[in-house]
Design a binder for this molecule. Sequence first.
Ligand SMILES: Nc1nc2c(ncn2[C@@H]2O[C@H](COP(=O)(O)OP(=O)(O)OP(=O)(O)O)[C@@H](O)[C@H]2O)c(=O)[nH]1
Length: 348
Amino acid sequence: MPFAQIVIGPPGSGKSTYCHGCSQFFNAIGRHSQIVNMDPANDRLPYPCAVDIRDFITLEEIMQEQSLGPNGGLMYALESLDQSIDLFILQIKNLVMEERAYLVFDCPGQVELFTHHSALFHIYKRLEKELDLRFCVVNLIDCYYITSPSQYISILLLALRSMLMMDLPQVNVFSKIDMLKSYGPLPFKLDYYTDVQDLDYLLPHVEAEGTSVLGKNYSKLTATISEMVSDFNLVSFEVLAVDDKESMINLQSVVDKANGYIFGASEVGGDTVWAEATREGALREHYDIQERWIENKETYDKQEPERRQQLLKEKELQEKEVNVDEEDDEWESALKEWEEKQGADYVR
Ligand SMILES: Nc1nc2c(ncn2[C@@H]2O[C@H](COP(=O)(O)OP(=O)(O)OP(=O)(O)O)[C@@H](O)[C@H]2O)c(=O)[nH]1
């Protein structure tokens, strides 16, 4: 059974960097993966790409032929892919059936594609139906939006809308979390924002922001949106700094649960050790995001390798019961290799 991630998010939220990071990470843990570029405008891919939508259609051509601007051109390009969709699906089929690859789809940043435009949605639904692909949407949002209460509420609405529209398991992620501390103090702990706790506490901060000429009406609108998001009770967030192993491990274990990968795909992906550790819940221990990214960020940044050793020792003790000690060594050396590689490859 094939599995995949669909990586979405506003422009600049870190999608391509994340896809590149995924490819390196999966290599390190022994999972055979391939990346598919779904952005007809993206001609500078930082990762090796197995299937490129630009082989079927490019934004430049469409803009020229149809005299459209970049956004209209992109919508038109994805709609007109219908004509060559069979060939595109065949290429994806080869990856999942012949190569047995785990797929990562890097999508364009235009949010309307995930809130109300149906072109990409139809392509994924077809892949789901014809290839039995199990998807998880990974929705990256720049953590900068946490710093403004009104923008935070807007991105909650955006995340909720894409969850409802895509109709697939979705993991929302605050990306570039390593930058958050540098934006200044927050009125609440980081968990408040990731767990989307009682939004009523945030409303006085929205009023204090006073960014809108709409005044009281704006506050009322924000309060109504907050209430609606809370009523659905669907949105929450993980955090990610793409060159931080712990946050990558944490995120991938959440995604593996969301698309069902951990429930039986390890023999296909070739990463039995990882899947076993995720199933046991061994990888999500000791991860206090407030401490890691705000309170003691510098200490963690400096002492990361030592801390990791300590965590591994603790994990080893816990896992004596499940008897995966030998596999741990294998997993740890693969992670070390990945760590060495990422220093050279990641760009902040
Ligand atoms: N500090 C930090 N920077 C990051 C991280 N992830 C991505 N970036 C930077 O964010 C910028 C945008 O990243 P991209 O991967 O190009 O973002 P994108 O979402 O693919 O952008 P579009 O293709 O324009 O939609 C780049 O300069 C990345 O180096 C991260 O975890 N931490």
